[in-house]
Design a protein around this ligand. Structure first.
Ligand code: A3P
Length: 320
């Protein structure tokens, strides 16, 4: 049994800050979580978040892809990359055929936390799970566009619970779904609470529609081409009439579909190594890729209670 995060290095640069923060041990696969600027983090990631806040500098043309964990981050990376690079790569040369989306687009709080340039600078993307209110000021003050993906929180919970069990080796006997549900209702799990995470980006998208775009996982599922065109326009790479007639948006959707990506050798058998984290097997990022899988896990009563909490938190925001 191994936890996803190590205990904080209290002698480290941020050890003192971290050890004085509110703590909670209820999300067992990670161990102790710390509440920083209203959100919960494991200790290693939190050190990286603080370091990124202090030192990260984006490239002026960067696009920042944001999400709460298990909301469709890899899918968003694949789509945004395929939209922007569609005139440089085709269906046989797209790097997605050989690389996990996370290897193409690095995470701000992982690979770039201590060195903004620890990446292929020709790829103008950075991804992050950091909430809007805690993003480095350098991103907020820049002209970088931000796309945020969100998803039905019940599916996020089920995806997160399955993923963390698999990665940590802590099984459902030690961390039953009821416990994970309780933690989600309290908002205490890595990068929680969900409602504040989503609302931060949602409100920013209303205030700065040219800078922040919010996309829903379920909308991408029901009308991929429409939302791919929306993203392309927002990013300043609109599809021409000719491209639309040739079905270019549909091609992007098909290349990035769960069915296509999950059957690729790299995503079936590859591994992904990250500093300070356990080695991930790529297939753990492609579980079912469905909207509504929560129905296989939560009773109607539990789902209703969870929905009620979310509705209360989102009430008045215009977000459904
Ligand atoms: P499930 O666990 O419900 O299957 P993230 O990328 O933020 O970690 O999110 C992971 C979730 O997105 C997983 O959900 C995963 O299966 C799903 N996913 C990954 N690639 C996808 C794709 N191309 N299309 C739709 N869903 C995808």
């Amino acid at each position: 049994m191994s936890k996803i995060n190590e205990s904080p290095d209290t002698n480290g640069k941020y050890g003192k800050i971290i050890s004085n923060l509110p703590q909670d041990d209820g999300w067992k696969p990670v161990g102790t979580l710390y509440k920083y600027q209203g959100f919960w983090y494991g200790p290693s990631l939190l050190q990286n978040v603080i370091s990124a806040q202090e030192s990260f500098t984006p490239q002026p043309t960067d696009i920042v892809l944001c999400s709460s964990p298990k909301s469709g981050t890899a899918w968003l990376k694949a789509l945004a990359f395929s939209i922007v690079s569609r005139n440089q790569v085709d269906d046989s040369t797209n790097p997605l055929l050989k690389k996990l989306p996370h290897e193409i687009v690095p995470f701000l709080e992982i690979e770039l936390a201590h060195d903004s340039n620890n990446r292929n600078l020709e790829i103008p993307f950075v991804a992050t799970h950091i909430p809007y209110s805690s993003l480095p000021k350098s991103i907020i003050d820049s002209k970088c566009k931000i796309i945020y993906i969100c998803r039905d929180p019940k599916d996020v919970l089920i995806s997160h619970w399955n993923f963390d069990q698999q990665v940590s080796g802590i099984g459902s006997e030690s961390f039953p779904l009821e416990e994970a549900l309780e933690q989600y209702c309290k908002g205490i799990y890595p990068f929680g609470p969900y409602w504040d995470h989503v609302l931060g980006f949602w409100k920013a998208s209303l205030e700065f529609p040219e800078k922040v775009l919010v996309i829903k996982y379920e909308d991408l599922k029901t009308d991929g081409p429409f939302h791919v065109k929306r993203m392309a326009k927002f990013l300043g790479h609109p599809f021409s009439m000719e491209e639309e007639q040739e079905g270019a948006p549909e091609k992007v959707v098909n290349m990035c579909s769960f069915e296509n990506l999950s059957r690729l050798e790299v995503n079936k058998n590859g591994k992904y190594d990250l500093p300070d984290l356990p080695t991930f097997v790529n297939k753990s990022f492609f579980r079912k890729g469905k909207a509504g899988d929560w129905k296989n896990y939560l009773s109607d009563g539990k789902a209703e209670k969870f929905d009620q909490i979310m509705e209360e938190k989102f009430s008045g925001s215009g977000l459904v």
